[in-house]
Structures are given as C-alpha cells and as structure tokens.
Design a protein around this ligand. Structure first.
Ligand SMILES: [Zn+2]
Length: 356
C-alpha cells in the first residue's frame, strides 16, 4: 500500500490484479502505541491514542473497505476482491514500544518478560467486496474461505518470535462500537498473552497438575452429557451456552475433538464449522426483530499452552431484550463482577427454538 503497509488477496482461483496499485498520497503512519503493564492487576494495557482520529461510520460511498473505483480510491486498490487482509491503518499494535508504567520503576521487582519493540501487528480481514452483506449471509463456501484465511494468518503471525497470542475477532453492529459497517473482522497479533487467555491457561494448567485431566475436555463433556445448554451441534462442533455465561446472549462453539488453534482444524472440521457458525449467527439474527449486535472472538492457544488448550469461538451479544442493551456498570466495570439478566438454560432454549 502507498504508506508501506502489506496487503494480501485470497482468491478461490488464483489470478493477478494489474489494476491493484495504490495511487493515494497517504500521510506517514502515525502509530505511537505503547504497551504498559498494570502492576496491581498483572495485566498489559495498550495505549493507542492515535486511534482517536479513525474513520467513524462513514457514508457508504466513502467506505474504505469497498473496492476502489476510478476517482474513489479506498484501502483496497483492486476493483474487486474475494477476501483481503491488510495491516490496519489505525493499528493498535504495530511498532509498539514497551513501558512498564513510570510507577513500575519505583516498585520492587520488574514487569514480567517485556514484549520486544515492534512486535505486535493489527490486521483487517474483509470478508466480501459487497458492502451490504453480513457474516450471517456469507454462505458456507465464503465462510469456509475466511476460516482458511484466518488459519494462514495465524500460522504466519505466530511465527513472529515476539507474538504470544493471535486473536481473531469480529465486531458486528453499531451498538458494539463498530466504526465501519462493511463486513470485516480483525486480527491482533499480541506481543503478550491476553488477560482472559492467561487466566484460562493458568486454571487449565493447575487442573492438569492436580487431576491429570484436561479442564476444557471435562467441562465440554459435561455440557454435552447434560445437553440443557446445547443450542445446536453437528459431527464436528457443538454450540452451547456456558454454565456461568456473563453476557445476556453468549454461545461457545467447541470442536468435538481437541485442537489448539485454527490451523490445526482439518478440512472437514473447517467446513462443518462454517455450517454451524452460520446456524448460530442466524439464530442471533432472528431472535429479535432486529439482528443482535455481537462479538465473535476466537480463543486460540497462547504460545506455551498448545498441548492442552482447546480452541473455541465465543459469540456474545450485549442485547438483553428488544431495545435494551446490557451496560457494564459498577459491578462489572468497577469490580469485574458480572451480573446476568438472563439464565443460560433459558437462553439456550430460546436459541434452540429460533426457526431457521
Ligand atoms: Zn464497503
């Protein structure tokens, strides 16, 4: 791209794009991200103030994720594409320099192993050149292609020595804070293990040490045996509402056989994922009169946890009822105590009952 960012096209059939030249005059990439360590919580925080200026829900004629047209260049120089990945112009993570906050210098001991400089990376994944479609409407073939792309990017980004965890996700709906409505997802190659993954890793490791068993596997088997919170399933995947769901609508998609990450999924498991994922998204779309906003977050093994981690996708919505959103208020934002307005068993029954 004109400012030196990398762009990658993924096509069902290989072809060249002679028209794919970025003719824009782009300003220098203004990326001043810092990763700071919160000593009290033992968690990393990304400070990325340059993102304040990022594009906010532009008119569709100004969409930066649509293909370029003569006289209207976008982020994708080509006149058409299938799936495309490029480095985020308003990246949270590239070129990060590390500071364990100033205070840390006065606190005994030092932060855990620091991420090295320029170690993270933020990418955008466009699922379709069609502005007005949604992930729920992509169809099995394209959804499967997106999974292949995420697998390829995960492999490439994990190979970066400083990357600890590759986080692929999609935000959907203005209520979630989506700034561009064009169907797309994002990938954060994190130079540290995220707080959620670190907690899960520690619990699963302790369980293994104490019981010589797999925590994910035991929890998943219990869900399948009981079935009360299972929403739908096929021969490769099971979708269920977790026992202690935090969000009004929350579903986990587990592969029936353990794999650590997306690249480890075989051909059949990827296709069957696409089918079940579209089924779940359809239920989210039709549960209320208007499609539910959602976050779809891939939980892949952080480095070092590959031998026991169980890949899963977490899909959740902040919609708790028509016209009502769940806000993270005092209990949740202040103390991290989630108070749910729904019961997981009812939510599972409601989602099972949504007609195709
Ligand atoms: Zn668009």
């Amino acid at each position: 791209m004109a400012d030196g960012r990398e762009i990658l096209y993924f096509d069902a059939v290989q072809h060249t794009r002679p028209d794919s030249i970025d003719v824009r005059q782009l300003p220098d990439r203004n990326v001043n991200s810092e990763i700071r360590f919160d000593r009290l919580l033992g968690e990393w925080v990304v400070i990325a103030a340059h993102r304040q200026t990022r594009t906010q829900l532009p008119d569709r004629t100004q969409c930066p994720l649509c293909p370029s047209r003569p006289g209207s260049p976008t982020e994708i120089p080509a006149s058409d594409y299938e799936v495309v990945v490029f480095e985020n112009r308003f990246a949270a993570l590239p070129g990060v320099s590390t500071h364990s906050s100033a205070l840390a210098d006065h606190v005994a001991g030092s932060a855990p192993t620091s991420p090295t400089e320029k170690s993270g990376r933020s990418e955008v994944v466009c699922f379709s050149s069609e502005h007005d479609t949604t992930s729920a409407q992509l169809g099995v073939e394209r959804t499967r292609m997106v999974i292949d792309v995420l697998a390829e990017r995960t492999t490439a980004l994990r190979a970066m020595p400083a990357v600890s965890q590759v986080f692929c996700f999609e935000n959907f709906g203005a209520e979630i804070g989506v700034t561009l409505s064009h169907p797309h997802g994002q990938i954060y190659a994190l130079p540290f293990t995220s707080p959620r993954a670190a907690k899960i890793e520690a619990n699963a490791r302790r369980y293994r040490d104490e019981h010589n068993r797999n925590l994910f596997g035991d929890m998943f088997a219990a869900e399948r045996d009981s079935g009360v919170r299972v929403v739908c399933a096929n021969d490769e995947w099971t979708a269920f509402v977790p026992t202690a769901a935090r969000w009004p609508y929350e579903v986990l998609l587990f592969p029936n056989r353990r794999v650590a990450d997306i690249p480890e999924l075989d051909d059949h498991a990827r296709t069957r994922f696409a089918e079940l994922y579209l089924d779940v998204l359809g239920r989210f779309e039709r549960r209320f009169d208007e499609p539910m906003p959602y976050i779809a977050a891939w939980n892949q093994a952080p480095k070092g946890a590959e031998d026991f981690w169980w890949l899963h996708l977490q899909i959740f919505s902040i919609r708790r009822a028509p016209g009502k959103l769940k806000y993270l208020a005092g209990a949740e934002s202040g103390m991290g105590v989630f108070i749910s307005d729904t019961t997981p068993e009812n939510v599972a029954a409601e989602l099972r009952a949504v007609t195709p």
